[in-house]
Ligand binder design. Structure first.
Ligand code: ATP
Ligand code: MG
Length: 379
């Protein structure tokens, strides 16, 4: 059950009542025309959301600070998506701003996303891998920034695993001095990967529901990790995390194939260069035979617009390109050097925006258009 407090004036209150009263998963704890009463009630009640009519905010500046500090999410109902409403939504830290005429269509799915009974347990968990037969095309950049974006937008448990066991560089890219890696997880394991060992090997990222599992520091330890370890690690992560991202090495080894077997989505990355595209086309034919599910393999062209034109790329690649990511200029290199993901270091960068959009598209696909992340664009 989602417990909501509604504070609105007429006719917004009537519109909200009509919509909310027929939702079986919603309980209206309080409905009031006084914003002051609403803010006072919010402290006393256990709420899952507050729905506030923007028109009540116009002469209540003192209360906006208290709304911004509300412990539950605040949804603002606005007359029109103009600059003034956006500013107000930001001032009270609203998680979404919904126009009056979109209440019936957008509010129910948004509130449903607060329903604890439909949380993680019932969501289908997904494992996504990033691969390319060619090195240096941007696999790690995509995997890292996609993991950050998925965790941030979905607010769901996410894991990022560096399966580039010999030369994995997620550690140095985003974490200063990692002290635990996959090596610690499989060493001395008599065949099975123990669940508590796995949870101890995960490095939590501050401020996000994101855990990292890093590759061994030394390439010589890569062979300690066998195919069955990889299978077990991914199966366990899939049960404990809603989203798991894997950065995969360039070779089609047994280890790598055992990871690919576990994937729901396999992103194959290429840059718009003739040799890379030919290599990718060849390995796509193998992958398509191994994984005939048309939804599993997704083609990504990184640094698009910097080489072979899109029409020619599409002629060379035996699969429709799903995602095009642009050049990020010098920022991706700066990001790797400073140990901060690009989406954190330079969120306005074209590559950051493009990878965030891929994350949003994936979330829309996995969780439906109801995700509030999609609506956040309005703010
Ligand atoms: N779209 C882009 N625009 C600009 N620079 C990029 C872009 N994508 C990746 N880079 C840069 O290119 C280099 C290689 O990227 P990255 O390490 O992600 O590739 P990779 O495929 O994981 O390489 P490897 O095969 O070595 O693991 C990095 O310096 C990265 O910052
Ligand atoms: Mg890499």
């Amino acid at each position: 059950m989602v417990r909501v407090l509604v504070s609105a004036a007429s006719p917004t209150m009537e519109l909200l009542s009509q919509t909310l009263q027929v939702l079986p998963f919603v309980e209206i704890v309080t409905a009031t025309g006084s914003i002051r009463e609403a803010v006072d009630m919010a402290v006393l009640e256990t709420l899952d959301a507050m729905i506030i009519d923007e028109s009540l905010l116009s002469d209540s500046w003192g209360l906006q600070d208290r709304l911004a500090r509300a412990v539950c999410p605040v949804i603002l109902i606005i007359a029109a998506p103009d600059a003034e409403s956006t500013r107000r939504a930001l001032a009270i830290h609203a998680i979404d701003a919904i126009t009056q005429d979109a209440i019936a269509s957008l509010l129910p799915p948004l509130l449903r996303s607060f329903d604890k009974s439909t949380e993680q347990g019932t969501l289908p968990h997904r494992v996504i891998g990033v691969y390319s037969p060619k090195g240096g095309v941007g696999k790690t950049t995509l995997a890292v920034n996609l993991a950050w974006s998925l965790a941030r937008f979905s607010e769901r448990t996410t894991a990022l695993v560096d399966l580039d066991l010999q030369f994995g560089d997620i550690g140095p890219m985003v974490h200063d001095s990692p002290d635990i890696t996959i090596r610690d997880l499989v060493e001395d394991s008599k065949g099975r990967v123990e669940e508590d060992k796995l949870s101890r090997a995960l490095i939590a990222v501050d401020g996000l529901p994101l855990d990292l599992l890093l590759a061994p520091f030394n390439p010589q330890y890569a062979d300690l990790v066998e195919s069955h370890h990889i299978k077990e690690i991914l199966m366990q992560l899939k049960s404990s995390h809603v989203y798991t991202l894997c950065d995969l090495p360039a070779a089609l080894t047994d280890q790598n194939l055992s990871a690919m077997d576990q994937l729901d989505v396999l992103m194959v990355v290429a840059t718009p260069e003739m040799i890379t595209l030919r290599n990718v086309a060849r390995s796509l034919k193998v992958l398509q035979t191994l994984y005939p599910d048309p939804n599993k393999i997704r083609m990504v062209i990184n640094r698009s617009g910097t080489g072979v034109p899109p029409e020619r790329i599409q002629e060379l690649i035996p699969l429709k390109v799903s995602y095009w990511t642009p050049s990020g200029g010098v920022s991706p290199v700066r990001s790797a050097n400073t140990g901060k993901p690009l989406v954190v270091l330079d969120p306005a960068n074209a590559l950051s925006i493009s990878i965030e959009n891929i994350a949003k598209m994936l979330l829309e696909e996995f969780e439906g258009a109801s995700r509030r992340t999609v609506r956040k664009d309005v703010l």
